[in-house]
Design a protein around this ligand. Structure first.
Ligand code: FEO
Length: 162
């Protein structure tokens, strides 16, 4: 059985994952408004992944017989200063999520909750990938330095995300 503290913390993580999805949908809409459809498509897929992350935690809470409490989701940004600013914001957000996952692991360890610690291993690895993915795109965007031809190549590349 999960402790009340762990149950609350995992429910809070569900909210953070859904908030991530909302943030990325806001970014996708901004990218679409700039006519970078490939980037917008990439970001929408990112948003879908975040919903999957939330569902994964919900499934775990349910498997453990814990209560699932969905909370209100904060309003995301709908505008960004530039394409680079949007992706940099995404990278900064993923770093915050990584901290949050690490805090959950530390809590599970403190509570000697081996099942939850084991469950969270997937998320620890996923965060390495999430940060690396955003970091890669930020690096590409910095290299092209807002030159239209470069942005269009990146747009095409990101649009191919499976
Ligand atoms: Fe679910 Fe992108 O962290």
């Amino acid at each position: 059985m999960l402790s009340a503290k762990m149950e609350t913390a995992l429910n809070s993580q569900v909210n953070k994952e859904l908030h991530s999805a909302y943030i990325y949908l806001g970014m996708a809409n901004y990218l679409e408004s700039q006519n970078f459809k490939g980037m917008a498509s990439w970001m929408k897929k990112q948003a879908s992944e975040e919903v999957e992350h939330a569902e994964k935690i919900i499934g775990y809470l349910q498997d453990r017989g814990a209560h699932v409490e969905l909370e209100a989701i904060d309003k995301p940004r709908n505008e960004y200063e530039s394409i680079l600013n949007a992706f940099e914001s995404g990278l900064a957000h993923e770093r915050v999520v990584t901290e949050s996952i690490h805090d959950l692991v530390i809590l599970a360890r403190d509570e000697k909750d081996l099942a939850t610690e084991n469950f969270l291993t997937w998320f620890v690895s996923e965060q390495v990938e999430e940060e690396a993915t955003f970091s890669y795109v930020v690096d590409l965007l910095m290299k092209v330095n807002n030159v239209a031809a470069g942005l269009m190549i990146i747009d095409g590349q990101l649009g191919a995300r499976a």
